[in-house]
Design a protein around this ligand. Structure first.
Ligand code: HAM
Length: 418
């Protein structure tokens, strides 16, 4: 049997690529308008980095990482997300020394051994941003405004921004205690995972898919926020309102990664549910220090590229059509056309030809199918005269054109069309 791609991993074929490129180009342009610069970090890191940043008792670290020992016996993990690697690079290259606010974006594949289904893959792509250095709530607002603007530019509607605050080290413990007290009464009715999480990571219990309905009357973090965290959250809410960015406060929003503090958010499609989360993120004011850097606040988000693309209208494919189809009839014409084809392509005129030298009828069919703007016909007659026939595929008008002037003439004509 032939070898197939690994389960949960997919090829992105040329027919799909226009949407990927459109999303990537739109995100790059917008992020750069907001002053973010691209960073590319490795797709594998020492396992320890993820265990320490995402949290040893999270589902990602406990169950989903692709971890292996390399030939030197070091434990290596394919990155399950982008924040940890970016923060590692931020510390390693002392980027904090360059400016007060470091704004970075990245795109690329991430790996999680989850149960594959629509919108959930084992290799998936994220586009993410991280803003490190300032804990002012206006940075949160800017990051959320940028996320909102991205979906506006993409023309994707029907999404809801949900926000919450997870407090900080000063107030989270009081909430954790209250939550544990509340959960203690229900412990025997919880799934085995939740019984374990109750000890290791009680906030994660609220996000359990099995027991979700059981916690409608649980205490909520917002009621336990300390003064500074409360003021921070209120400023973020007020800022979003001032900018006209719609949002909902979801007091039950807890994230699957442990590094979050204060503002956390998810952009969800329609009703709630894991696969409906299109983008997510939040503040992580303790993370840089946690992995060995100087105390530096940070905030960011990442969007799931496959999920966003499934919501986008197919972009206009006009730009992927050739400008010219060159129909060379017979082997001599094919040989004669060789340098011309090279000149055309290297001059930026997208040209298609099939080198078969087949009949005019069959090549005109191919020209039609290719969607080319013009077709250049070189047959026996044309070879004798040094002229060729240029056909406008839309108006069907034909004109004679000298072979030597094809590149210049086409450039002029195409400039008029576009
Ligand atoms: P996350 O919520 O784990 O956050 O992932 C962000 C997004 O990646 C999700 O909302 C979803 O769209 C997409 N995603 C996650 N897992 C899969 C999967 N298996 N298949 C397809 N798409 C998936 C983070 O990764 C954080 N690093 C975000 C962040 C950046 N927080 C601060 N800065």
């Amino acid at each position: 049997m032939s070898i197939q791609a690994i389960k949960g991993v997919k090829d992105i074929l040329p027919d799909d690529i226009a949407a990927w490129q459109h999303l990537e180009a739109t995100a790059r342009k917008l992020f750069e308008d907001y002053g973010f610069a691209e960073i590319r970090v490795p797709i594998f890191e020492y396992t320890e980095l993820f265990a320490r940043s995402i949290g040893a008792s999270t589902d990602i670290v406990e169950k989903e990482m692709y971890t292996f020992e390399d030939r030197d016996g070091r434990k290596i993990t394919l990155r399950p997300e982008g924040t940890a690697g970016v923060v590692r690079a931020f510390i390693e290259h002392k980027m904090y020394a360059d400016s007060q606010l470091t704004k970075l974006y990245y795109l690329g594949p991430m790996f999680r051994h989850e149960r594959p289904q629509k919108g959930r893959y084992r290799q998936f792509y994220q586009i993410g941003v991280e803003a490190l250095g300032i804990d002012h709530p206006h940075v949160d607002i800017e990051v959320l405004a940028m996320l909102h603007a991205l979906f506006e530019r993409l023309g994707v509607t029907g999404l809801t921004l949900q926000i919450n605050s997870l407090g900080d080290a000063a107030c989270r413990n009081a909430y954790r205690d209250a939550l544990k007290k509340y959960l203690a009464g229900k412990l025997s009715s919880l799934c085995t995972d939740c019984q374990r999480r109750y000890e290791t990571n009680p906030l994660r219990v609220l996000d359990c898919k099995v027991d979700a309905d059981k916690f409608n009357d649980s205490p909520v973090m917002l009621d336990y926020l300390c003064g500074p965290c409360k003021a921070h959250f209120e400023t973020v809410e007020a800022g979003l309102k001032r900018l006209g960015i719609p949002f909902e406060v979801n007091t039950r929003l807890v994230r699957g990664l442990d590094y979050y503090t204060r503002t956390t958010f998810e952009l969800v499609m329609g009703h709630m549910g894991a696969q409906n989360t299109v983008a997510a993120g939040g503040r992580y004011d303790g993370l840089v220090q946690e992995i060995g850097g100087p105390a530096t606040p940070g905030i960011g988000f990442a969007l799931g590229v496959e999920r966003v693309i499934s919501l986008m209208k197919p972009p206009d494919m006009a730009s992927s059509r050739p400008a010219l189809y060159l129909a060379a009839l017979g082997p001599e014409a094919v040989a004669l056309a060789l340098p011309l084809i090279h000149d055309l392509k290297s001059s930026g005129i997208r040209t298609e030809t099939d080198y078969t030298g087949s009949s005019l009828k069959s090549q005109m069919k191919k020209a039609d199918k290719s969607g080319a703007t013009y077709t250049l016909i070189i047959g026996e007659q044309e070879m004798k005269t040094g002229n060729a026939i240029l056909r406008n595929m839309q108006t069907k008008e034909q004109s004679e054109i000298t072979l030597a002037s094809v590149v210049e003439e086409l450039k002029k004509k195409l400039a008029r069309v576009s």
